[in-house]
Design a protein around this ligand. Structure first.
Ligand code: 5AD
Ligand code: SF4
Length: 375
């Protein structure tokens, strides 16, 4: 019996697909080289922007032919998109050949749904779940080992669907993380370890007793062995001086920080509920550069947030000019149903969002060129 997994979205999902592979291999499945050869196909979906959802809809539609040829093929949809009850229902209706639709918290029970599918189509979406501490993984990212340290997000940035589909922040116990790290190092196959969480800087606040992210980093670096450590994603409001100091002082930690700014304008930052100002963001960048020379800094930006004026967009451009990031990701704002921003007035037309994203990316390219070859 063979499986094939299609993954959309961020590194968290890539790692989650490693868990799915781990579960399926434990059930006796082996990896198929292509979907045509699989007995079970899993779509691990993303809901962060409309484009991601559209891609899933299109590609699931394409499975109809395969299912016709192979009646016993099991098709599973899981991940952030199917955590939304209305979307999950719509997918079941639209795609009668899909067998299992589950939410993000239901993954540990995947084996049970596969077993039950003989009796009929399975749909189950839990609203919360315990953090899966000890699921098996099949690591698939070369010499990099992903390690999940927490799930969920408490920030409720007004544009973002993540808190709705991944629930509240829950940290893994430090002892379990350290155990996993030691096992990874002992395997000897991995040169890099990347810690994953939506907001890694608030790691451990929910543990009893609390553990700081800085302490976790230090304790991981104390594990004997030859490896480089990095992490994502950091939220500017929670990046402490202590964490900056640990990155500066620990040889094992990569001198790299992904620090999404989202906007360079204070009114928009406030409407986004980011809880920092442009000035505060620049202050953090200055601190990083003072303490960690040559630190690579990257960022995410959203253009065309509801109500964003041309001048406010220019503030984002000037921030990008000022900081000179090593690279940036720029996204057109995409309204997500159920979020606060999707109900805001003054939604920006697509053509203007498009113009702005192109302008920002062009600016970034120009800066990179100047940095490389001089003005
Ligand atoms: N529209 C556009 N971009 C978004 N992001 C998150 N939500 C949205 C949205 N609704 C971007 C943010 C985040 C990155 C992972 O995706 O920039 O940092
Ligand atoms: Fe979304 Fe904001 Fe949480 Fe990041 S910090 S996952 S952007 S709500």
């Amino acid at each position: 019996m063979k499986y094939f997994i299609v993954t959309y979205g961020c590194q968290m999902n890539v790692h989650e697909s490693e868990k799915i592979a781990g579960i399926l291999e434990k059930l006796g499945y082996q990896e198929a080289d292509k979907r045509e050869n699989a007995d079970i196909i899993v779509f691990n979906t993303c809901a962060i922007r409309e484009g991601a959802e559209d891609r899933v809809f299109g590609n699931v539609g394409n499975l109809k032919k395969l299912k016709k040829q192979k009646k016993d093929l099991i098709i599973v949809l899981c991940g952030c998109m199917t955590q939304k009850e209305a979307t999950a229902q719509k997918m079941l209706r639209t795609f009668p050949f899909v067998d299992i639709v589950i939410g993000t918290f239901n993954l540990p029970k995947l084996g049970d749904y596969i077993e039950a599918v003989k009796k009929g189509r399975q749909l189950e979406i839990w609203q919360e779940g315990e953090i899966d501490e000890l699921l098996p993984y099949k690591r698939t990212s070369g010499d990099n080992a992903w390690v999940n340290i927490m799930q969920g997000c408490n920030n409720f940035c007004t544009y973002c669907i993540v808190p709705y589909v991944r629930g509240r922040e829950k940290s893994r116990k430090e002892a379990n993380i350290l155990k996993e790290i030691k096992e990874i190092v002992a395997e000897g196959k991995y040169k890099k370890i990347t810690l994953l969480g939506q907001n890694v800087n608030s790691y451990g606040k929910d543990l009893n007793p609390p553990v700081s992210f800085a302490k976790l980093l230090k304790d991981i670096c104390a594990v004997e062995g030859d490896f480089k450590l990095s992490f994502m994603t950091s939220h500017p409001k929670d990046l402490t001086d202590e964490v900056i100091d640990v990155i500066a002082s620990e040889e094992k930690i990569e001198k790299f920080i992904h620090l999404p700014a989202q906007s360079g304008n204070n009114r928009i930052l406030q409407k986004m509920n980011r809880k920092y100002t442009r000035e505060k963001y620049l202050e953090i960048i200055e601190k990083i550069r003072a303490k960690i020379p040559k630190c690579h800094i990257t960022s995410d930006f959203i253009v065309g947030f509801p109500g964003e004026t041309e001048e406010e967009f220019e503030d984002t451009c000037s921030l990008v000019r000022e900081v000179k990031f090593d690279s940036i990701f720029a996204f057109m704002y995409s309204p997500r149903e159920g979020t606060v921003a999707s109900k805001m007035e003054e939604q920006i037309p697509e053509n203007i969002k498009n113009e702005r994203v192109n302008k920002l990316l062009k600016l970034e390219k120009q800066i990179q060129k100047e940095e490389k070859y001089g003005k």
